[in-house]
Ligand binder design. Structure first.
Ligand code: GUN
Length: 293
């Protein structure tokens, strides 16, 4: 078994991005500017967003963090989105999800200017991704593609099973893995909560990508000998022995399956750092596209 080290791979990618940022800055004095909006107090979401802001600083980006209270109305959030759409200094922005239940997530996503939608969540960008047209590919799926590519994992002709059908990971991932591209060219099966023979299908995967948010759901009997296993899950599980009182658990029972895999992503240190690096890559792309408009 070899670890697919997202920390090391994202460090390569981030170094390349930082170099391009320095070039842009030397050429015209401007640096990419990413804004992030977070609503409410969810600890996990704050950790992700703080990591995104910290990475901006490391790579020479400008960043703006907008924190809104849990009670913020949909109207107030839409107002903020409108301001960010109109602010010429901001190249791209994200609204961290999940949002509080009283806010319609789809309405907020659709209000984001697709040119600034560096999350790639807007229907226009998702539609373009589906058609293979130039767009922003959502950070987690794109980070996984980059991780596979940079670690020399061939995907063509392989059976890829995607566990989970979320709009931000499972659904785009299944489309990207089936595209006529490298990485891609897989035969893809998507499984979800209503799938009847989950164990059997997962155990037939050459590449198993799991994004369901259920800690340690995938056990050894669901993994084929020699499979590549990508674990997108990061659930906080109470653990009194940890300084913060919780441990981060993936959707894969790492200890149970590790000896069966050819490659596996650890949690933390696998998909997470790749997601952040991909968001930075999309923000850089936003700057390049703006210059060519
Ligand atoms: N919540 C979990 N992952 C993401 C992400 O990639 N972007 C946003 N905006 N929210 C998320």
């Amino acid at each position: 078994m070899q670890l697919l080290d997202g920390k090391a791979t994202s460090a390569q990618l981030k170094a390349e991005i930082a170099e391009k940022v320095a070039e842009i800055k030397a050429a015209n004095g401007k640096v990419p500017h990413l804004a992030a909006v977070i609503v409410g107090d969810d600890g996990g979401s704050h950790t992700y967003v703080n990591n995104k802001v910290r990475t901006c600083e490391q790579l020479g980006f400008e960043s703006t963090l907008i924190t809104l209270p849990e009670e913020c109305t949909e109207e107030e959030l839409l107002q903020k989105v409108d301001e960010l759409n109109k602010n010429d200094d901001i190249d791209g922005f994200i609204v961290q999800v999940p949002l509080p239940a009283h806010i319609d997530e789809d309405k907020v996503t659709e209000a984001i200017n697709p040119d600034k939608d560096v999350d790639g969540f807007h229907p226009q960008n998702l539609g373009r991704m589906m058609l293979g047209l130039p767009t922003y590919i959502s950070a987690t799926p794109n980070g996984i593609l980059e991780l596979l590519k940079r670690n020399g994992i061939t995907t063509s002709g392989k059976h890829c099973v995607v566990v989970g059908r979320s709009n931000i990971v499972g659904t785009p991932m299944s489309i990207l893995m089936s595209r006529n591209a490298e990485p891609g060219n897989c035969t893809v099966t998507m499984v979800h909560s209503r799938t009847q023979n989950m164990q059997e299908i997962c155990a037939s995967a050459d590449i198993l990508i799991v994004a369901i948010g259920k800690p340690e759901f995938i056990k050894a009997d669901m993994v084929k000998e020699g499979a590549v296993v990508i674990d997108v899950g990061t659930t906080r599980v109470p653990d009194a022995s940890k300084p913060k009182g919780f441990a981060l658990k993936g959707d894969v029972d790492f200890e149970d399956v590790k000896d069966k895999c050819s490659f596996i992503t650890p949690v933390p240190g696998g998909v997470g750092p790749m997601t952040i690096a991909s968001l930075m890559q999309n923000t850089l792309l936003a700057v390049e596209r703006k210059a060519n408009r």
